[in-house]
Ligand binder design. Structure first.
Ligand code: UD1
Ligand code: CA
Length: 437
């Protein structure tokens, strides 16, 4: 039945009118990652990564450019006119003519479905030898969702959209989450007979349910455990809601694995970050992108980690310290007012307050690397102008501007020597009194 694995169709052609944005909806970001990426990463984590199809329409150029540059195994298929979810899947029909495996259909704007849920969903479909399984959820307020219609035995009969539902059907609380697992060989013919005879004049993907029931194929709904996962993003308010849910989920996972997070209300950590046990996160920390943080570290308060950070054990990142694309080895501290970008820091380094790695050449638009080896001390208020390398045991004096490499064990100092003018105040006072006689 499943010789050819599982492929996915991701629907992302819709306009996202309520976002009121120039940017296609699925490219809006949470933790600097487009919501579409959450869906694509989830599929690959669930093992659905042999060959997937992304249906694009509104903003197709931008969506394709992003998707193809970040994901191999992805084919983009254009739906030039948005005639409905059924028509969207039908755009892929010709690519899957001889395909005999399973097809999972998901929406590109539902970033909260977990790989675990997707795996369980597919497993349920397989173990019950179903021909078509629909992911469902029980909602107290099912308004606007398609409803799962079951017969008196509890068997799924159809999905009816809000706009087409009778008053009785509107009472149904089991909704269609918009995720499907389809035995392609058995069900794909449904797409040849879809019509747009409905309240919205659209080709509904949901109509494949009643089609399959008529063919006496086994159709099931799989109610998921956590309703949060179903949230689709249609507005900026829902984007913020999704970020909040994702954050709570991520923080809980960290706390359960031994990370202290003292103020979850003010802590924001992307799900693509790893953190080792016994690390303490103090209030007001924002961590986006992909990062690795070791054990026994202290991060915060008020730290900003921007992605590409690879931090060892027993490291301290303190207030108003920003870290980007930087490797930091064990027992190194950057406790106050610092920018570390495109840098490599060894073990046991101390970064004084107010240190800046000047990594960006405005003229050439290039970023350059700063390498700081083991046991180095960087004095406060120093600027390290990259590319530059500071070798083992070197000391950079406070207020230095480092433009050349510093050798092992050396002291580098660029400020002018301090001068003392003894009794200066009294002399000035005498002069002042003389002038005013
Ligand atoms: C759909 C389901 C509904 C379900 C809900 C869950 C149908 C007919 N209805 O409704 O039962 O409860 O999702 O969120 O499927 N899209 C295209 N091309 C199109 C139309 C839509 O690619 O021509 C994409 C959209 O970009 C979006 C997804 O399909 O990612 C869902 O479309 P949307 O219009 O939001 O469907 P709903 O009305 O919410
Ligand atoms: Ca929707």
């Amino acid at each position: 039945m499943n010789e050819n694995g599982v492929k996915a169709i991701i629907l992302a052609a819709g306009k996202g009118t309520r976002m009121k944005s120039d940017l296609p909806k699925v490219l809006h970001q949470i933790y600097s990652k487009p919501i579409l990426s959450y869906v694509l990463d989830m599929l690959s984590e669930a093992g659905v990564n042999s060959e997937n199809y992304l249906v694009t329409g509104h903003g197709a150029d931008k969506v394709e450019e992003f998707a193809l540059s970040h994901y191999s195994n992805l084919k983009c298929v254009l739906q030039s006119e948005q005639k409905g979810t059924g028509d969207a899947v039908n755009r892929v029909y010709s690519f899957l003519k001889d395909y005999k495996g399973l097809v999972v259909v998901v929406c590109g704007d539902t970033p909260l479905i977990t790989a675990q849920t997707m795996k369980e969903f597919i497993e349920y479909h397989k173990s019950t030898a179903s021909s078509l399984t629909v992911m469902s959820a029980i909602f107290d307020e099912p308004y606007n969702y398609g409803r799962i219609v079951r017969d008196e035995k509890g068997d799924v009969k159809a999905i009816v959209e809000e706009k087409d539902a009778t008053p009785e059907q509107k009472q149904i609380k089991e909704i269609n989450a918009g995720v499907y697992c389809i035995d392609w060989a058995k069900v794909s013919d449904a797409f040849l007979s879809l019509t747009s005879n409905n309240a919205q004049g659209e080709y509904y993907l949901t109509d494949i349910v009643s089609w399959a029931v008529k063919q006496n194929l086994k159709v099931q709904a799989y109610p998921i455990k956590n309703n949060n996962e179903v949230l689709g993003i249609n507005s900026r308010v829902q984007l913020a809601e999704a970020m909040n849910i994702l954050t709570q989920r991520t923080l809980k996972k960290f706390m359960d694995s031994g990370v202290t997070i003292l103020s979850p209300e003010t802590t924001f950590i992307s799900p693509d970050t790893q953190i080792g046990p016994d690390t303490v996160i103090l209030p007001n920390v924002y961590i986006q992108g992909k990062n690795k943080i070791g054990s026994h570290c202290q991060i915060g308060p008020f730290s900003h980690i921007r992605g590409g950070a690879n931090i060892g054990d027993y490291v301290k990142i303190g207030n108003f310290v920003e870290v980007k694309n930087t490797t930091i080895k064990d027992h190194t501290n950057a406790c106050h007012l610092t920018y570390l970008g495109d840098s490599e820091l060894g073990e046991n380094v101390n970064i004084g307050a107010g240190t800046i790695t000047a990594n960006y050449n405005h003229l050439t638009k290039e970023k350059h690397k700063t390498k700081i080896h083991n046991n180095v001390s960087i004095g406060s208020n120093s600027v390290l102008v990259a590319p530059v390398e500071i070798r083992d045991n070197a000391t950079v004096a406070a207020l230095s501007v480092i433009t050349k490499d510093v050798e092992e064990n050396a002291l580098a100092l660029t400020r002018s020597p301090m001068k003392i003018f003894s009794n200066w105040f009294n002399k000035k006072l005498q002069e002042f009194k003389g002038d005013n006689k």
